[in-house]
Write a protein that binds this ligand. Structure first.
Ligand SMILES: O=C(O)[C@H](O)[C@@H](O)[C@H](O)[C@H](O)COP(=O)(O)O
Length: 223
């Protein structure tokens, strides 16, 4: 794991947006299209605000959520909704959003179709994920039913997750999909998450799902 510390969240947003844009530009020099994975939650918003103004050929970039709360895009809790509002704007307005949601279907019915739809777009060029203070990442939550399956190296690409206490079911990219990204970044802020990250290192991923990704990741932290 690489650990990158910033003086504050604003510096982090600028630094991280710059790194992601550089890595996407490099990917676009090699291939027709690049695939960027980004999380929902509150931490990445400022990164999106800077990244959406980056100079790159956004019309050749596909953007996929790392996971999705099972809500239509117009719903306030939809990750695709957040991404559409904060990232797919300004220069990035021409990027292509790949939704991880199918209306009028359950996550269980939709997951195999979503897996099929994203398979031809893989591998991920750049993945950005968040982490909760409980050490979850994407929608890989500690002790969630189905977590073991989602951590398997041959798991389906997209899995349904029903997490106790969460207001809606979710779908998530499998751990191996995120791990196989050419570049993998974790963005976190605050002392509690830094402490959670330290606890997660070397832990069983069933208890600390972020641990499944840390070997290959650069963690970006600001107070
Ligand atoms: O849809 C989601 O909730 C996420 O993708 C999730 O994994 C998120 O990244 C973490 O919960 C951190 O969220 P915060 O940035 O809001 O703390």
């Amino acid at each position: 794991m690489n650990f990158q510390e910033y003086p504050d969240a604003e510096f982090m947003a600028m630094g991280l947006a710059d790194v992601i844009a550089t890595q996407l530009n490099a990917a676009l020099r090699q291939r027709d299209r690049a695939l960027l994975v980004v999380p929902g939650g509150s931490t990445p918003g400022p990164v999106f605000d800077t990244l959406c103004g980056a100079r790159l050929e956004w019309e050749r970039v596909d953007i996929l959520p790392s996971d999705e709360r099972w809500r239509p895009q117009a719903h306030i809790r939809s990750n695709a909704g957040l991404i559409a509002q904060r990232l797919i704007c300004e220069r990035a307005a021409v990027a292509n959003l790949l939704p991880l949601y199918i209306a009028d279907e359950t996550p269980e019915d939709a997951a195999p179709r979503l897996s099929e739809a994203i398979a031809p777009r893989l591998p991920i060029d750049v993945a950005l994920v968040g982490m909760g203070a409980d050490m979850h990442t994407a929608s890989l939550f500690p002790r969630a039913p189905g977590l073991e399956a989602a951590l398997a190296h041959d798991a389906p690409l997209v899995l349904p997750m029903r997490i106790e206490g969460e207001p809606e079911p979710r779908v998530t990219l499998a751990a191996h999909v995120l791990k196989s990204a050419m570049h993998l970044h974790v963005v976190i802020t605050g002392a509690d998450k830094r402490e959670a990250l330290e606890r997660a290192e070397g832990q069983d991923a069933l208890i600390a799902p972020i641990a499944a990704l840390l070997d290959d990741a650069t963690v970006h932290w600001a107070p």
